[in-house]
Design a protein around this ligand. Structure first.
Ligand code: SF4
Length: 161
């Protein structure tokens, strides 16, 4: 079953055209969440919501917003003298700003993490190099001690011969 064509904003790609219309009308007493989920996946969600706001559609869920929510929003917009189109543009700009600052925050966190990893790797390399130098020094000292021991032994043997 498809929605009544007269009620559909005739937007190409509208997902509700392939969905049970009962889902989009809370008047039937069903839960609104499944319809809102469909709208959030719909490629024409923003255009659909603008259509419903401008048409002052009093029933059903359009563009992911149910009638009660739209009425409250329109009351506020009327009071503030803002058109639905201007409201939607401002919302979209705010979303872009939020997404941009979120992306920047993520990039900064990633850069911090990479810097930390680089510092840890450098510290580990330095520790390994220091350990290698210490092992080299210990081997040299051992070699020197062996030479001294052998020299003393040879000297002692010569003295007692
Ligand atoms: S946003 Fe929702 S109501 Fe609007 S066209 Fe898409 S699925 Fe249908």
């Amino acid at each position: 079953m498809t929605l009544d064509a007269a009620l559909i904003p005739n937007l190409p790609g509208a997902l509700c055209q392939e969905t049970d219309p009962e889902l989009f009308f809370s008047e039937s007493g069903g839960p609104i969440h499944p319809a809102v989920q469909v709208c959030h996946r719909c490629p024409v969600e923003h255009a659909c919501l603008l259509w419903a706001l401008e048409k002052r559609e009093r029933f059903g869920i359009w563009g992911g917003m149910w009638a009660h929510h739209r009425t409250r929003l329109l009351t506020r917009l009327d009071r503030e003298g803002i058109t639905p189109a201007d409201w939607q543009r401002t919302e979209a700009e705010a979303e872009v700003r939020a997404a941009t600052s979120l992306a920047a925050a993520r990039a900064a966190r990633r850069a911090q993490q990479e810097e930390l990893w680089a510092r840890e790797a450098a510290e580990q390399l330095a520790a390994e190099q220091e350990a290698a130098r210490a092992a080299e020094r210990a081997a040299e000292q051992e070699q020197r001690a062996t030479i001294i021991r052998e020299t003393v032994t040879a000297f002692w043997d010569a003295a007692n011969a």
